[in-house]
Design a protein around this ligand. Sequence first.
Ligand SMILES: Nc1ncnc2c1ncn2[C@@H]1O[C@H](COP(=O)(O)OP(=O)(O)O)[C@@H](O)[C@H]1O
Ligand SMILES: [Mg+2]
Length: 221
Amino acid sequence: MTILKVERINTGYGKKQTLFDVSFEMCRNDTVLLVGFNGSGKSTLLKTIYGLLKPWDKEGRIWFDGEDIIPCKPSQLIIKGLVYIPQQNELFEDLNVKENLELSSMQSNNKKDLRSKMDKVLDHIPKLKTVLKRDCNRLSGGERKLVSLAMALMNHPKLIMLDEPLAGISPKDSNDIIFQLKRLKNTGVSLILVEHRLKDINNLATKVIRLELGKLYKENQ
Ligand SMILES: Nc1ncnc2c1ncn2[C@@H]1O[C@H](COP(=O)(O)OP(=O)(O)O)[C@@H](O)[C@H]1O
Ligand SMILES: [Mg+2]
């Protein structure tokens, strides 16, 4: 069953076109690996799916879970189950991990609900239990990435888009992140991964797509 369908996207910054007639679709449980040289438009494509950039013309359409999401803002998309984790993790630096997790839940009615959501997320990423009280500006690169992932999980995502999750991360921390991505995949969350370290991540992918100068090519299905 299709979870995301992207159709005929032309967009860019100001007058400069960055994506040219980009179309692809992915099914529930797919892990899509998005590859391409620097500047080919990978981040732009993720930002467009996330509603941060809009298609330039009416032919450009994006459906998530059967719904046209072109009119949606990122905050609405998070509630619908679509999350984007940019390369630079946006954390509340002077707050600790637990406080960051609490703030990231978009729809918690009360403390008990929040607590049970957090317990589930921590069961999924147990490594964070040891740093719960640590301020985010004292975390390693890998720990920061795990916090970003945990913040996404607080909202029960159906599809997570990760922009270069291993960039600048030590080999040991990278292993932790890859382990978590595998676990996520096994729980049925769909993933789009932008990543250069193909050998680490390739066996996760069910589908590889490549952007070259803003045009998309499918490597396999
Ligand atoms: N905020 C921006 N303003 C203007 N141009 C941008 C901006 N972000 C990216 N670009 C340009 O869009 C093109 C694609 O960039 P990007 O999507 O970041 O590529 P990738 O993620 O594949 O490295 C590049 O030519 C880049 O310079
Ligand atoms: Mg990029």
